[in-house]
Design a protein around this ligand. Structure first.
Ligand code: CU
Length: 66
């Protein structure tokens, strides 16, 4: 599981966009997002950089969280 900070994620629509973007790259990905922490947790076989790219392509600033 990898964790990303997505500060611009502010509503359920944003979560839907992020989830759709990730699952566009890996339809089996499990995505959990929190509006309180702006964290997105992803379980996927894709590498971290590629997951970050998918989120970015959806229009969000993203950074991996250690
Ligand atoms: Cu939103």
């Amino acid at each position: 599981m990898v964790r990303f900070s997505v500060p611009e994620m502010h509503c359920a629509g944003c979560i839907a966009s992020v989830t759709r973007a990730i699952q566009g790259g890996d339809k089996a990905a499990i995505v959990t997002a929190s509006l309180e922490t702006h964290l997105v947790e992803v379980t996927s076989h894709l590498p971290v950089a590629q997951l970050a790219g998918l989120i970015e392509d959806a229009g969000f600033t993203v950074k991996p969280v250690a």
